[in-house]
Design a protein around this ligand. Structure first.
Ligand code: HEC
Length: 219
C-alpha cells in the first residue's frame, strides 16, 4: 500500500500547525504594536537608540555579553527580578519593537541588564567595571575586558577621556589609560538600557513601592 500521501499530509499539517502557532499567532498579536506618543513629553516610546549606542549594541553582541546577561525582567511573583532591583516593572513586548535584533539572552550567569542604564548611569563606573570588575564590584566573577582600553604616553595635556584608575591599577607615571571607540560605544549602549515608561499594558503590573499602602491585586 502506498503511504506516501498520508506521510506527506502528516508532515504538512505538523509544519502548518507549528507555523500558525509559533509565527502567525505571534505576528498577529505583537506585529501591530506601535510606539506610544506621549503628548506631555512630546516624545515617542520606546525611544530609538542614539547612534553611538546603536554601535555599542554591535560591540555587546560581538563580545558575547549575551551569553551571561539577559535583557528581560520577569513579572513580580515569577522569580525575584523586582526584589533584586532589576526593573520597576516587568518587560513587555512593546519595549522591544524598535529593535531589529532583540537580545533577550538565555542564561543569567550575571544580572539582567535591561535597566542597567538606570541602575548604573555613570560612564566612569562602566569604564572601570569593564577594565576590571574587581575595581567596582569586589569579588565579582565577571571577566575583565582590558583590550577595550589603550595605554598612551601623555603628550601635552592628559586626555579628558582617560579613566581614573584607583591604586593598584594606576598606569605608570606619564601614561594614561584611554577607552577605545568600542568601549565608548558599548558604554553608551549600556547607559541607554532603561525601560521605565508606563505603557497602558504595564500599568497594572507595576511593582508598588512598599510605602504605597495596600493596593488591590490586579494581576
Ligand atoms: C562569563 C559570563 C559573563 C560575561 C561574558 C559578561 N558578564 Fe557581565 N557579569 C557577569 C557576572 C557573574 C556579573 C555579576 C558579578 C558580581 O557582582 O558578582 C556581571 C556583572 C555585570 C554588570 C553589573 C551589573 C549590576 O547589576 O551591577 C554589568 C554592567 C555587566 N556585567 C556588563 C557586561 C558586559 C557589557 C559584558 C560584555 C562586554 C559582560 N558583562 C560580559 C558575568 C559575565
Amino acid at each position: 500500500m502506498n503511504r506516501a500521501p498520508l506521510i506527506f499530509l502528516g508532515i504538512f499539517f505538523t509544519l502548518a500547525f507549528s507555523w500558525t502557532g509559533i509565527i502567525l499567532t505571534n505576528q498577529l498579536t505583537y506585529g501591530k504594536l506601535e510606539p506610544i506618543v506621549d503628548q506631555t513629553e512630546n516624545k515617542s516610546y520606546p525611544e530609538a537608540l542614539p547612534g553611538l549606542a546603536a554601535q555599542g549594541k554591535l560591540v555587546y553582541q560581538d563580545l558575547g555579553c549575551i551569553y551571561c546577561h539577559s535583557q528581560q525582567v520577569r513579572r513580580p511573583g515569577f522569580g525575584a527580578d523586582d526584589k533584586r532591583g532589576w526593573g520597576d516593572r516587568q518587560s513587555v513586548a512593546r519595549d522591544y519593537i524598535r529593535e531589529g535584533r532583540v537580545l533577550l539572552g538565555t542564561m543569567r550567569t550575571g544580572p539582567d541588564l535591561r535597566n542597567i542604564g538606570a541602575r548604573q548611569a555613570s560612564r566612569d563606573w562602566h569604564m572601570l567595571h569593564l577594565y576590571d570588575p574587581q575595581i567596582t564590584s569586589k569579588g565579582s566573577i565577571m571577566a575583565p575586558f582590558p583590550f577595550l582600553f589603550e595605554t598612551h604616553k601623555i603628550v601635552g595635556q592628559p586626555s579628558p577621556k582617560a579613566i581614573k584608575l584607583p591604586a593598584p591599577y594606576t598606569a605608570v607615571p606619564g601614561y594614561e589609560v584611554v577607552p577605545t571607540p568600542r568601549a565608548e560605544a558599548l558604554v553608551a549602549y549600556l547607559q541607554s538600557l532603561k525601560d521605565s515608561y508606563a505603557y497602558p499594558e504595564t500599568r497594572n503590573v507595576f511593582v508598588e513601592p512598599a510605602s504605597a499602602g495596600k493596593m488591590e491585586d490586579k494581576q
